[in-house]
Design a protein around this ligand. Structure first.
Ligand code: CTP
Length: 439
């Protein structure tokens, strides 16, 4: 019996795929189809696959051509599969011509002519693009706009900024003007402006991705979410770390008991900047700039129901609105957490999750990492984990935003209760609740 294998993403299954599968089957007696896992696709740069792995498998199954369907999950798996399944012929479309010649050592390799005029990418693009506008004064605007180029479903409409130095394409003269020309916005304006700007956008039925914190109080946060719901709009927190593969994997590993029971979460994030006193109103203070990022692993691992907290800040301005440094301690029933943020204090930007059997160590800068370690008492048991991180996680975040708009379902990378708990901490900071000011 001649065994044939082929691989593909098979997103939005089309005529080209079906023709390829049929011809692959005709090459032998038994056809195995490898469908790529979502993470594997992400690493190959295919980050805007529309259907989930299960949906794509179901679609391939429904053709009735495959005798067996497997999942392709890692680099180098093809050789393993060819050996394991006793494969005689490996085949793919001619768009891969030459790329798999290295497999000739293990089996016959055949490239089948690709069907002209149809591809998943084309279908995805035809599906229409969401016009997105960018609002804010920092370089982050440029970064996000640039990352959109890698996301098929989004099209940059332009920017509304007061910052003359930002190199952006189309500049809108007013916020309203921008809103009238887009379907969605990304907002990185100063946090005190968020409430007004987000309300305005939601009233006009625009979807919002907002650099966290979304609001400076829970009351405002609730009102904005209600408004989003009434207008059938997506309102999403932007914390790029939440979308990095390494970060989501380490959360899963910690939750699955790899280090025993989690007892302490400690996260630090600082970026030393020269802060001009006259610019203080326009500059993100430490708690706003870094608070949401460091609070994320705390709330995602220990939950939002802490018993006590203490916020300790060192203010650098007369009005006492700008914390150059803040440390927050949390006490839970059975665990503790500590976070440190700073824009006028420097520290090691690491994340440590301590458990009863070992700990997870993420080196600085942990918020844009592709790597972490699980360490045990016996160092020979230590394990290192590496993942791909493209565009600091921004790219994946934009994909999640585009998907959320399409499905009108908020992504579960950052749960609403985590966003709300973040706003609560920031509200308490401004209200000086559970607060100590350092002299
Ligand atoms: N294929 C084909 N003819 C097409 C499209 C795809 O023969 N018009 C083949 C590919 O060569 C590959 C398999 O179908 O062997 C799965 O391809 P996949 O990459 O999943 O589909 P594409 O439509 O090429 O997807 P994309 O546009 O995202 O690259």
């Amino acid at each position: 019996m001649k065994r044939v294998i082929t691989y593909g993403t098979f997103d939005l299954l089309h005529y080209g795929h079906i023709r390829l599968l049929k011809r692959a089957k005709e090459l032998g007696d038994y056809l195995i189809v490898g469908v790529t896992a979502d993470d594997f696709d992400k690493n190959r740069g295919k980050i805007n696959v529309h259907q989930s792995l299960m949906e794509r498998i179901e679609a391939v199954k429904s053709t009735g051509v495959a005798d067996e369907i497997i999942i392709e999950e890692y680099e180098g798996q093809k050789i393993d599969d060819i050996r394991r399944y006793g494969i005689d012929i490996f085949t793919v479309g001619s768009d891969w011509e030459g790329k798999f010649d290295y497999l000739r050592e293990y089996c016959e390799v055949k490239y089948l002519e690709r069907t002209e005029g149809v591809s998943s990418s084309d279908i995805r693009t035809e599906n229409r693009k969401i016009k997105i506008g960018f609002i804010g004064e920092s370089e982050v605007v440029v970064k996000y706009a640039r990352e959109c180029e890698y996301v098929n479903g989004l099209e940059v409409a332009g920017t509304y900024t007061q910052n003359e130095k930002l190199e952006v394409n189309n500049r809108f003269l007013s916020f309203d003007d921008l809103l009238d020309n887009v379907e969605a916005i990304y907002l990185v304006s100063e946090p005190s402006k968020h409430y007004e700007q987000i309300s305005k956008a939601l009233f006009k039925g625009k979807h919002v991705l907002c650099e966290a914190p979304i609001a400076l109080s829970v009351d405002e946060f609730n009102k904005l979410y209600q408004l989003a719901e009434e207008n059938n709009c997506v309102l999403m927190d932007s914390i790029k770390t939440a979308y990095s593969t390494a970060f989501s994997r380490l959360l899963l590993l910690a939750k699955s008991g790899k280090i025993g029971k989690v007892i302490s979460v400690d996260a630090t994030a600082t970026s030393l900047r020269d802060i001009e006193i006259e610019d203080i109103g326009q500059t993100w203070n430490s708690i706003n700039a870094w608070g949401p990022t460091v609070l994320l692993p705390v709330f995602q691992l220990l939950g939002v129901n802490y018993n006590r907290k203490l916020i300790m800040s060192k203010m650098i301005d007369e009005e006492k609105s700008f914390d150059g440094f803040t440390k927050i301690d949390f006490v839970y029933d059975d665990a503790v957490a500590g976070v440190k943020v700073g824009k006028s204090v420097k520290s090691e930007g690491e994340l440590i999750i301590s458990g009863t059997n070992g700990y997870i160590y993420v080196p600085a800068p942990w918020w844009k990492t592709d790597y972490f370690e699980i360490r045990y008492e016996n160092p020979t048991d230590n394990k290192r984990y590496f993942y791909q991180l493209d565009g600091e996680g921004i790219r994946y975040e934009l994909v999640a935003f585009a998907k959320a708009i399409e499905t009108r379902k908020s992504s579960d990378y950052i749960r609403i209760k985590d966003s709300k708990a973040i706003c609560q901490v920031i509200e308490d900071y401004y209200n000086r609740k559970d607060f100590v000011e350092l002299k």
